[in-house]
Design a protein around this ligand. Structure first.
Ligand code: IN0
Length: 277
């Protein structure tokens, strides 16, 4: 499973491996299960009649030590992950039941949310927050439960659902803001119409006129929307006691902040994928 982890995530694998021993396997499995679910969601060449039911039932597959699926996934690494998914399941089944329950419960909620959103568009700011809750906020909520279940963090952490949700929303909104060009090329739209509709009648207009005042005002509003979650993220990080758990949580947030600083007022967002070093 750690080899699989290294394949699907270059830098984040290192961040997981520095966690306290007790949490390494649960978080590694949680991450791979979520990546598996993502791979199903993202493979638009996989027919919706099969993809949506699989998203909804994906959490059950973890209990089947032999389950895998071939030919699904939008990149070689993701196809490899799903084709060897039985290995993730055997590590899942070796985990303490408390951890299994948290992982399966979040996977169930997320898969259903993804399937619901596959049919509808992100129009309002409420839609935007709801979609991000399903794909990222739930990750924060699940991680909090794993941290509390390990005894390394307080019982109170898993009750702070709003703070944990904000941790995921800041990361996901940063990705969505940064990935305008990649998502547009792939025919997917995650920017809420309630924001971009103030500055254009079609989302492609920004790509054609990246330095226009409207295009810059729009990326700036996307960044400002993401920044709303910063104070909750600081409050969440403040509750973490274990230094290794703290680093695990803080590193992605620091990278997100650096990305937001880089994409603010940056016309290159509209013509390439802007990456931080
Ligand atoms: C994550 C998050 C993550 C880490 C630590 C604490 C978190 C608290 C709440 C929510 C999410 C938290 O971090 C990873 C980071 C990552 O995968 N980085 C990639 C780079 C990239 O751009 O893909 C890398 O290879 O380094 C993250 O982005 N997500 C994630 C997924 C599962 C888990 Cl267990 C933790 C994805 C997402 C959608 C933002 C939640």
């Amino acid at each position: 499973s750690y080899a699989a982890l290294n394949r699907v995530s270059r830098s984040f694998a290192v961040v997981i491996q520095q966690l306290p021993e007790e949490l390494k396997d649960p978080v590694c499995v949680f991450y791979l299960v979520l990546r598996g679910l993502d791979s199903v969601e993202d493979d638009m060449t996989y027919a919706a009649e099969k993809r949506l039911p699989l998203l909804r039932s994906f959490y059950l597959k973890s209990y089947d030590a032999n389950w895998n699926i071939k030919g699904v996934g939008d990149s070689d690494d993701y196809r490899t992950l799903l084709a060897n998914y039985h290995k993730v399941n055997s590590l899942f089944l070796s985990l303490d039941e408390r951890y299994q329950k948290v992982i399966a419960d979040i996977c169930c909620k997320m898969g259903n949310g993804m399937a619901d959103y596959a049919e509808k568009k992100v129009n309002t700011l409420t839609d935007y927050d709801n979609y991000c809750h399903y794909v990222a906020g739930l990750v924060g909520i699940g991680l909090s439960s794993l941290f509390s279940a390990s005894g390394l963090e307080s019982e109170r952490l898993q009750e702070e659902l709003e703070l944990a949700n904000s941790m995921g929303l800041l990361l996901q909104k940063t990705n969505i803001s940064r990935d305008y060009y990649e998502d547009l090329s792939l025919g997917r739209v995650f920017w809420p119409r309630q924001i971009w509709g103030k500055y254009a009648t079609r989302l492609e207009e920004f790509h054609n006129k990246p330095t226009s005042p409207e295009a810059l005002a729009c990326i700036n509003e996307m960044v400002t929307n993401a920044l709303q979650h910063v104070s909750n993220c600081i409050l969440y990080l403040h509750m973490i006691r274990d230094p290794q758990v703290f680093r695990f949580c803080a590193i992605p947030q620091v990278m997100a902040m650096a990305t937001l600083a880089k994409i603010y007022n940056n016309p290159n967002v509209y013509t390439e994928v802007v990456k931080i070093r």
